[in-house]
Design a protein around this ligand. Structure first.
Ligand SMILES: *[C@@H]1O[C@H](CO)[C@@H](O)[C@H](O)[C@H]1NC(C)=O
Ligand SMILES: *[C@@H]1O[C@H](CO)[C@@H](O)[C@H](O)[C@H]1NC(C)=O
Length: 190
């Protein structure tokens, strides 16, 4: 858990927890500016790396993940107290047998109006990943919210570049943007 940090670097860390262990985030980042995670191995039961609100300037490079769920931004947009998320770079990483690959998710019907901008994913290898690329602005697990009102979170400048490997499902890419504030500048370059 990295909360309210400025300029912190994780170098060569190993986070291992059994994959049947629910809700053990590998590294959760929130309200922090300047977080670097490099040359590390992360495997656990839930999100390998997750970015909560207020995460800014986060760099993840040369990291191996798996087992676990994903590299995740969100879920965001439920509360008005949330802060913007900006400048994520994920580069040269391998995800092995994770449930999702990289995912950005926001709640429909939420109060939050923050922006999520400059999210860049580059040179990523996925090995047997169920859902490699997901943007989901109608994230509503167990139908605990209403999809009637669209998410008010604006997502912009997201790039997926040179992402390769094997998907466990037919749909390798799922992009569901908000009908209220549509995504802008989403690029996929395989
Ligand atoms: C964090 O690093 C950035 C870039 O190197 C620098 O401009 C900034 O002053 C640093 N912030 C703190 C609180 O050290
Ligand atoms: C990519 O990451 C791996 C470790 O996962 C490292 O061995 C390799 O040198 C990195 N490649 C580059 C170009 O940085």
């Amino acid at each position: 858990m990295v909360l309210a940090f400025r300029n912190i670097t994780f170098y060569a860390v190993t986070v291992i927890a059994p994959d049947e262990n629910p809700n053990t985030d590998g590294i959760h980042i929130g309200r922090s500016n300047g977080v670097t995670i490099t040359n590390s191995n992360i495997g656990n039961g839930d999100d390998c790396i997750s970015l909560g609100d207020g995460s800014q300037k986060v760099t993840v490079e040369n990291v191996n993940y798996g087992p676990g769920h994903r590299i995740s931004v969100g879920s965001l947009g439920k509360l008005t107290t949330e802060e913007n998320v900006a400048d994520l770079i994920v580069k040269n990483c391998t995800l092995t047998k994770t449930e999702n690959g990289v995912r950005i998710k926001t709640w429909p019907d939420g109060q939050g109006k923050i922006t999520i901008t400059d999210m860049h994913f580059e040179d990523i290898t996925m090995v047997d990943v169920m859902n490699p690329i997901i943007i989901d602005q109608e994230y509503c697990p167990w139908n605990k919210c209403s999809k009637k009102n669209p998410s008010q979170i604006k997502i912009s400048k997201v790039t997926f570049k040179n992402i390769k490997g094997t998907s466990g499902t037919i749909e390798g890419v799922t992009i569901i943007c908000s009908s209220g504030v549509p995504c802008e500048g989403v690029q996929i370059q395989l």
